[in-house]
Structure formats: C-alpha cells, structure tokens
Design a protein around this ligand. Structure first.
Ligand code: NDP
Length: 419
C-alpha cells in the first residue's frame, strides 16, 4: 500500500511505470510527472484498464526545486523515483529533504552545463585528487549523506542495471560465493540491432558523453586512466556470441572500490561495433558532441542537444530491435582457501521486452531494477537513513525480485576470463 511520485516519462521511466502497474499490491498509486505532460497522459491512457494501480499525471520542471516541493506537497508520496536525467538528481534530492520523503534514482549526478564555473572548479580539483576525469561522480550526492541521515530518510542511488544490478551481483557474490573478491570485470554487451546506421539506446546526450570520455579502472587502490576506447578485448557472450568490447569509466567502479573489501581491480567493458565508433568519432571531430552553446542564425544552440533532436528517440527503437543483451560481472577471488571464479549475468531479449512492455531491452534492463529498488524501499526491506548505493544493502531480496520481475540471472562457475 504505497504512493509513489515518478519523475520523467522517457524510455526507462516507461518500463518502470509498466512494471509498477504489474505490481499494484506494492504500487497502489503512482503520479507520473515530467516536463512534457502529454507523454504522461498518453502512458496513463495506455495503462488504465490493465492495472489496479491508480494513476495521476502532472507537469513539472525538475530543475526547479520550488516546483518540485509544491508537487511533492500536493501528491504526498512515500517515495520519489527520479527517472528523469542525471542533471536533476540534486534538485530532486533537495526537494525530498524539504518534504521529508525518501528518494531513488538510476544514474549519478552530472551537470547539464559543463561550463558552470562553480562546478568546473570542483571538477578540476576532483580530477587532480582522484585521478579520473569523467564528468559524473558520486561526490555530489554522497555530500547529502548527513542531511538524509539527520532527516531519517533513505536515498538509494543508481538502481538501474549498470549501475544497479551489477552492484547487487557483487554484494551477492561477496555474501554467498567468496571470502575475498580480488577482481571484478563488469561486461555490458548489447547484441541488438535496430537497423539504423546510428542511434543510442538511451538518452543520446548522456550516452555520448559517457562513451566519448577517457576510460579508467581501479587497480591496487587508485585509478588508472586511459584514452577513450584504447583498451579493446574480444569476448564470447552466452546467447549473443563473439563481440568487441572496450574499457570505459563507469560510476559503479567508484562505489564498489569503497564497498568491496580488499578488491584489487575493477574494470568495466561495453561492446561497440566498428560502425558506431566511426560515427561517434566523426561527430566528435566536427564538434557535434560539444555541450558549449553556439550562435546559429540568431539562435543559441547546444550542439549535442541539436544532435539529440536529429537522432532516433531511444523510446522508439523497441519495435525495430532484434537480438539480446548480456550484462554481468566476472569475479576472481578465494573461498575456503581455494582460488575461485564466478560469472553472474542476465540475458535479455529485445523482442520479448517489446512484446511485454513496448520497449527495447536497454530501457527494460534499467526500468525493471528501478521498480525493484523502489519496492525494496517501500516494503521496508531496504531502510537505512543516509545515501547509499545498491551494494550497501542486503542483496538477497533484490536478487529474488529480479528473478520474479523479468531479469532472471544465472551463475557460471568456470567462465572465460578477460585478460
Ligand atoms: P529519456 O531522455 O528517454 O527520458 C528522460 C525523461 O526525463 C523525459 O521524459 C524528459 O522529459 C524528462 N525530463 C528531462 N528533463 C526534465 C526536467 N527538467 N523536468 C522534468 N522532466 C524532465 O532518458 P532515458 O529514459 O533513456 O534515461 C532515464 C535515466 O536513466 C537517465 O538518468 C539515464 O542516465 C538513466 N539510465 C541508467 C541506466 C542504468 O543502467 N543505470 C541505463 C540507461 C539509462 P521530456 O519528455 O519532456 O524530454
């Protein structure tokens, strides 16, 4: 019996909302609020009659804390699910604190405007001190820890697939399979084909920022940074086949390095085809990935936002995408004095996802854990005042819920390792 305010109504939120509506016992009432209210109304119209969850909708600019506070006061939710963009994480956390409501999201904070002097100064200091230069990091949200503790509220950060499920896999491996985990390789493979020469599977701006940044990994207590896409491996993925994958910086490395005791190395690899990389390099070379506004025929435009307007909306890729995703973690370490390896992963079929909720597997593999994370907070299974990432909670109920709600996982005790 709970009421939830969901902010955002894009590709990922669409799946999370479908899943909440399949789970009406927990999600008795939801309010869908986003910048474009008509998208919320369309989804409400589609779902009503198929669910006993009561659905309302609202318009909100989530960059504006006062609008958020007014909406939260009106809706009176038990939890705010932020499935808008990472740009809104801090304003939504501020509004949750002001109204005394729990918070969750699917991606850590990054600023929309990378030229903001205050942010830039903090960023440059962090690059120097920490040794990685991605635009996103946990420091901004970890800074809210004491405020949430004092307010007796829980903030769950990054409950998507990666970050999210990958950290639950790590916590579960630590709890059930290993005495010590030495290395973690997170492998994110999308073997899907949407038939377009170039499209991104989730928000293009966030996606292209992430994959065009320098790569980095954690080794022996510090970050090692490398030029973008300069470490490549091949891997034979179960039910997908052989793929090229590249080492990227990824946010869960930062929290896992703190929360998995004595871990020696953590890396993240994502698969990309040559055509995707060539398109991306070309767009980068001509300045289309820039976030700095330019003047064009009397208008100010941000190149990457203009590019977003040209690219297919990820929410429309569902009916066109065929193939499977395979995302998981390979562990090496020790158990009872013996060397041990394990690979925990999920395989998800784009076409099956489309049949079930009308979306491709990238939104599905993120939207399901968003609902599952919310369910953990709403049912009191995860309840710890402060600001936490997924691996800081008991993984068992989350892992059970993934099996039940569409993302079943499996364990291979003898996987091919990545060199
Ligand atoms: P979309 O661009 O499809 O959707 C974003 C939604 O947020 C849209 O409905 C948009 O409204 C809304 N929005 C944007 N700005 C505002 C604002 N100022 N006020 C109110 N609403 C706003 O993104 P995705 O669904 O692809 O991604 C959603 C989130 O999921 C992102 O944070 C992304 O980083 C994260 N993600 C996490 C993954 C993981 O595994 N952890 C994987 C993939 C994504 P409008 O329709 O008007 O534009």
């Amino acid at each position: 019996m709970s009421k939830v305010l969901i902010i955002g109504c894009g590709g990922v939120a669409g799946v999370a909302i479908h899943k909440c509506c399949q789970n009406s016992e927990v999600f008795t009432e939801i309010c869908i609020a986003s910048r474009t209210k008509s998208k919320c109304d369309d989804l409400k119209a589609k779902l009503e009659g198929t669910t006993s969850t009561k659905i309302t909708t609202a318009q909100v600019d989530a960059d504006d804390v006062n609008q958020l506070i007014a909406l939260i006061k009106e809706v009176q939710p038990d939890l705010v699910m932020n499935i808008a963009l990472p740009y809104q994480d801090l304003t939504i956390m501020d509004a949750c604190l002001a109204c005394g409501v729990n918070y969750m999201d699917t991606a850590n904070y990054e600023p929309e405007n990378l030229d903001d002097p205050e942010w830039k100064a903090a960023y440059e200091k962090r690059c120097k001190e920490e040794g990685f230069s991605a635009y996103f990091d946990y420091s901004w949200q970890w800074a809210y820890k004491e405020k949430f503790e004092k307010a007796g509220l829980t903030a769950l950060l990054g409950s998507g697939f990666d970050p999210g499920v990958t950290q639950a896999y790590c916590a579960w491996a630590q709890k059930h399979l290993f005495d010590t985990i030495d290395t973690i390789d997170i492998l994110d493979c999308n073997g899907g084909d949407h038939g377009y020469p170039f499209a991104t599977n989730f928000n293009p701006e966030i996606n292209l920022r992430e994959v065009s940044a320098p790569g980095s990994y954690w080794e022996n207590g510090h970050w090692v940074e490398i030029p973008a896409m300069s470490i490549k491996r091949e891997y034979n993925f179960d039910q997908v086949g052989q793929k090229d994958m590249y080492l990227l910086h990824h946010e869960e490395i930062e929290s896992l390095a703190k929360n998995i005791p004595n871990v020696k190395r953590i890396r993240f690899f994502m698969t990309f085809g040559q055509s995707y990389l060539t398109h991306m390099k070309c767009l980068e070379n001509v300045g289309m990935l820039s976030t700095t506004p330019i003047e064009f025929e009397g208008h100010e435009i941000v190149p990457i936002q203009f590019l977003k307007a040209l690219l297919p909306d990820p929410a429309t890729l569902g009916p066109r995408t065929k193939g499977k995703t395979n995302i998981g973690c390979i562990f090496t370490g020790r158990k009872d004095g013996q060397d041990k390896t394990a690979y925990i992963y999920n395989v998800c079929d784009h076409e099956e996802c489309y049949k079930e909720v009308g979306s491709q597997a990238i939104s599905y593999t993120t939207g399901v854990p968003a609902m599952v994370g919310a369910m953990m907070l709403l049912t009191g299974k995860w309840n710890k005042p402060g600001v936490y990432t997924v691996e800081e909670f008991d993984p068992d109920p989350y892992m059970d819920a993934l099996n039940k709600w569409g993302l079943p996982w499996q364990v291979n005790d003898n996987p091919e390792l990545v060199d």
